[in-house]
Design a protein around this ligand. Structure first.
Ligand code: UDX
Length: 441
């Protein structure tokens, strides 16, 4: 089949390469000529394991091309994916949909044959129906445009697997849809043959699946972090608690890792946009609990600074702190709303000298926080440190050798912001260990 993917950011670039990998002819479209030139040359402007290889393989095989030209896009295929960004509006919780509308306004008037536009971006419920009206009003005479919604659930760091082996495919279609389901079934045939569940719904339900999935995940993380607060107050251990809860199959252990909480380009903005939309729909009471989920999450960052302060003897003034981790999670170079970088900034604000190291996110971190010190290795960051703090659970930090680090630091004090370290190993080597949600020092 042929399809276009409009918007070649994180989501679009991965989807375009993934559809080509399934054997389709794909045209990636973006208004940013720099981005398009890079992708066409086999380069991706962010770190994602396995994506560069998938991109290059498919460019070489001639199944994947890139353009900035909407005329070319309109002529190329009858199935167009919409994968542009929906950031949080400045100073508001609501999502900014200008890029989504721009795609309809640019693409639809150029169509000469009937087409399906399948949205992948995360949007407030009701957006797809609005886009359908807008598309009808700008479509040339005789050209029928169907809007469908096919949300994307990919996780950073696992985007290739999540695209080629998704847990499920959800497709929302218009009430009078004639073509979307058959087209998408054909496109995803290799996945459906492998038994991936395919759910068809109305447009609103499909839009809601994505935001409610993210709201649930955020809630699960904040739940365990709330338990961590209670553990801190009562002397209990949140990691053992999470293990014990997780054996109940109804609860499950995944996403019960207590620590610094969630960040990134999706969870924080999605729960806020969801609250804003519920308010517009007159259903704001239904989601007031998400405000609490958000504040539990943000409290973890200040709690982490308190914990580091007490690990440093009560004041950060003049303390030399090694911060290991800047990305919002491992296997990513993304620092958007990163708890790690946030904490690094707060430490500096409180008078500490902060030396940050991250295996992939240093360049992005430097752009956001140019005034922090950046090291080129974990060992360098720890040079004469009064405390080492692990804020992103990269495997190389989990595997650090306490004895090696001991030779470079000023004080053998380590603070584990992700409950990822083998505490006994560190204590055994004479380190003082501090954690969120458990008393171990
Ligand atoms: C998320 C959703 O998982 C994905 O389905 C959706 O498409 C986009 O948003 P992502 O932003 O890549 O994906 O991150 P995710 O793996 O969900 O982690 C989010 C944050 O939660 C990270 O900062 C992570 O460190 C934190 N987290 C995760 C915890 O604090 N504890 C956990 O147990 C799990």
């Amino acid at each position: 089949m042929r399809c276009t993917v409009i918007g070649t950011g994180y989501l679009g670039a991965t989807h375009a390469a993934g559809m080509a990998e399934l054997g389709h002819d794909v045209l990636g479209v973006d208004v940013d000529p720099g981005k398009i030139a890079k992708l066409a040359a086999g380069e991706i402007p962010f770190y994602e394991p396995g994506l560069r290889k998938m991109l290059r393989d498919n460019l070489d095989a001639g199944r994947l091309q890139f353009t900035t030209d909407y005329d070319e896009a309109a002529a190329f295929a009858d199935l167009h994916f919409l994968a542009v960004g929906t950031p949080q509006k400045k100073g508001e919780y609501a999502a900014d949909l200008r890029h989504v509308y721009a795609v309809i306004d640019e693409l639809v008037p150029r169509l000469t044959r009937s087409a399906v536009i399948a949205g992948k971006s995360t949007v407030p419920v009701g957006t797809a129906a609005e886009l359908a009206q807008r598309a009808t009003s700008v479509a040339p005479a005789g050209v029928d445009v169907e809007i469908a919604w096919n949300p994307e659930f990919l996780r950073e760091g696992h985007a290739v697997t999540d695209t080629l082996r998704p847990d499920r495919i959800v497709l929302g279609v218009q009430g009078d849809s004639a073509r979307a389901e058959a087209m998408l079934r054909e496109l995803y045939a290799p996945l459906l043959e492998n038994g991936v569940p395919f759910l068809v719904s109305d447009l609103q339900t499909a839009e809601l699946v994505k935001v409610s999935a993210n709201a649930f995940l955020a809630t699960k993380i904040s739940f365990i972090n709330a338990m961590a607060e209670v553990c801190e107050a009562s002397g209990a251990d949140v990691t053992v608690l999470a293990d014990a809860l997780g054996y109940d199959a109804r609860i499950g252990r995944r996403f019960l890792n207590a620590g610094l909480g969630f960040g990134g380009g999706c969870l924080p903005k999605d729960i806020r946009a969801f609250m804003a939309r519920a308010g517009e729909l007159g259903a704001n009471q239904a989601l007031t609990f998400l405000r609490e989920v958000d504040s539990i999450n943000m409290r973890r960052r200040t709690r982490m600074v308190e914990l580091i302060t007490s690990a440093c003897g009560g004041s950060l003034l003049g303390a030399n702190i090694a911060v290991l981790g800047a990305a919002f999670k491992p296997e990513s170079d993304d620092v958007r709303d990163s708890p790690a970088l946030n904490v690094a900034g707060l430490l500096q604000l409180n008078g500490a000298a902060v030396n940050v190291y991250d295996p992939k996110a240093l360049d992005n971190a430097r752009m956001v926080f140019p005034t922090l010190n950046y090291a080129t290795s974990a060992l360098e960051a720890c040079d004469r440190a009064d405390a080492v703090v692990v804020l992103t659970e990269w495997p190389e930090f989990v595997d650090l050798a306490p004895a090696v680090l001991a030779e470079t630091v000023r004080a053998k004090v380590i603070v584990d912001g992700r409950n990822c370290l083998d505490i006994d190993r560190w204590r055994g080597a004479g380190w003082q260990v501090h954690c969120l949600g458990r008393r171990v020092a």
